[in-house]
Design a protein. Structure first.
Length: 265
């Protein structure tokens, strides 16, 4: 008790607390991310009735913080340029990102996917290449002429995970990677909000159609949230092919699709 009484006032002092948080920057970053997830979850339930997935709101808040951090410090790494939040650079770096992708891929069994039949495989491949094509055309229309930037933004149109993975592999600028994340985020929000309204028109009312839908759309959070708002029983089927979509996009983006774009450009 004596030790605690002597240590607590020092800890609560502003300067000492800041020093403590800086020394444990990774833990500070985890706390910040946890707080953002809590706020985004509350916003999703209270403001949107669950129609917009908390992950999409959380990503938007993160992008806003990154912008403010970059403007404030004049740096290139957003909040990671603030010494107190340097752990954000580690937590949001390639190591944890790749770990999350691999962990997601391990959650799906190949036997389950092949059981979807030819329609599931076709929807998956078609969804990936169509998304890359649309994103690449938009990038070209806005003045990007190098294959690396076009491929990265096209990858972002696939999902906001495939974009950064592809951009990092092709060594593009942080601005292009940010654009790819923004493109994927817009797609995710559109999918999760519009799915309940178009479900009846496209026959999205059975597991097979949910598998095809997940393969075509690809954004796991958007598909899961959209199907949850439509029929919660369909979520596992759509999420399964959407997860394969992400993994396959990360594999094809920096390799086959990049070579195709490079040959055209």
């Amino acid at each position: 008790m004596i030790v605690l009484s002597n240590w607590l006032p020092t800890l609560l002092g502003k300067h000492s607390l800041v020093v403590l948080l800086e020394k444990n920057s990774l833990i500070t970053a985890m706390f910040l991310v946890g707080a953002i997830l809590l706020v985004s979850s509350l916003m999703s339930r209270k403001l949107t009735g669950g129609r917009i997935h908390p992950s999409a709101i959380g990503i938007f808040i993160g992008l806003a913080f990154a912008y403010v951090g970059g403007i404030t410090t004049g740096g290139e790494h957003g909040l990671a340029d603030v010494s107190l939040l340097a752990g954000i650079g580690v937590l949001g770096g390639s190591m944890f990102r790749d770990l999350a992708i691999v962990a997601t891929a391990f959650g799906v069994r190949l036997q389950e996917f092949t059981a979807t039949g030819l329609s599931g495989i076709i929807s998956l491949v078609l969804g990936i290449f169509v998304s890359f094509l649309i994103g690449g055309l938009v990038a070209y229309g806005f003045g990007y002429r190098d294959a690396e930037s076009i491929t990265t933004i096209g990858a972002g149109a696939a999902t906001y995970i495939v974009g950064p993975v592809t951009g990092s592999a092709l060594d593009v600028s942080s601005e292009v990677i940010a654009l790819s994340v923004a493109a994927g985020l817009v797609k995710s929000i559109l999918v999760m909000t519009l799915t309940p309204f178009v479900a009846k028109w496209i026959g999205l009312d059975n597991p097979r159609s949910a598998l095809i839908f997940g393969g075509l759309m690809g954004t796991t959070s958007g598909v899961a949230a959209g199907l949850a708002a439509t029929d919660a029983k369909l979520v596992p089927y759509g999420a399964m092919t959407a997860t394969f979509y992400t993994g396959l996009g990360c594999l094809l983006g920096p390799s086959l699709i990049y070579m195709i774009v490079q040959s055209i450009v």
